[in-house]
Write a protein that binds this ligand. Sequence first.
Ligand SMILES: NC(=O)c1ccc[n+]([C@@H]2O[C@H](COP(=O)([O-])OP(=O)(O)OC[C@H]3O[C@@H](n4cnc5c(N)ncnc54)[C@H](O)[C@@H]3O)[C@@H](O)[C@H]2O)c1
Length: 317
Amino acid sequence: MRVLVTGGAGYIGGTAAAILLERGFDVTVLDDCSTGHLEAVDSRATFINGSILDNATVAKALQGVEAVLHFSAKSLVGESVTKPEIYWNTNVNGARILLDEMRTAGIKKIVFSSTAATYGEPKEIPITENSETKPTNPYGASKLAVDYMLTSEAIAHEIAAISLRYFNVAGALKSSSGWLAERHDPETHLIPNILRASDTAPLKVFGSDWPTQDGTCIRDYIHVVDLIEAHILALGAATAGSHQIINLGSGGGYSVREVITATEKVLGRQVPAEFVERRAGDPAVLIADITKAESILGWKPSQNIEDMVRDTWDSFQ
Ligand SMILES: NC(=O)c1ccc[n+]([C@@H]2O[C@H](COP(=O)([O-])OP(=O)(O)OC[C@H]3O[C@@H](n4cnc5c(N)ncnc54)[C@H](O)[C@@H]3O)[C@@H](O)[C@H]2O)c1
């Protein structure tokens, strides 16, 4: 079975392509390398170097494909506030073009990278798929728009669709061609930033007075390999005419202080850190309820925070 991986030069899409190939799938990657990296594209994949915003390119990428894993997107929250047009275009129009070309080609299965950012500031913890969706930035809103798009098209056109709402993805994969790891620019994710902290550029911890046990924010982290496992299960679980939304996290949370402690354990040394003001719009706690992933996909995460930190650290060496 051939799968199209959009965004397969990126962190998560590149990892997905490598694991799919290991499992015997044929893979086509479509990526314009705008935030991804050419060398992250698995050499065994068919690579289409182009944009999801170009119909002819998407049609070419869909040749011989039976299912799509749609990772390509812009995903910097701050940039989405200052340049929302990029997010509506790449994330929403990109999905629109992909679905149009899938319909023309008769391809009816899609797994979409949605996000916890669709929920905004949660009223309840853990967050279930029935929790209110009220994104606090254009990035989350653009992903929520695609979720709505998928719900309507699944019903109208017998599409089998699953949106996976990721919480904080971390960790790395050592593939046959080397490490596949986070290389965002700017890097806004905690674990790579903790690992890069130094005496001259200490880690900035935003707020020490949150209503949590140790005063720092709590987030739910999921290893990228566990995340891709859920995508492969979703390919099997998606059913025609239905769009399912499923959270992917660990079902538990770690405070920033706890992630620092886990990192210090892995590194065997202290991490230089300084406390600064809270950031506007940061919720105190984000934890996923993952009961639905367990019941529908038969999935459970297998790796813990130290695994995520260790793999990221090893990928840096
Ligand atoms: N990393 C996380 O913690 C996280 C959390 C929630 C959701 N997500 C979602 O997961 C997906 C992958 O995230 P990532 O961290 O791997 O990001 P990434 O930036 O590493 O990967 C995105 C890829 O999409 C490609 N792309 C962007 N615009 C494109 C276009 N117009 N045409 C073709 N390709 C294009 C980029 O070049 C890049 O390779 C995104 O949809 C993101 O919103 C990520």
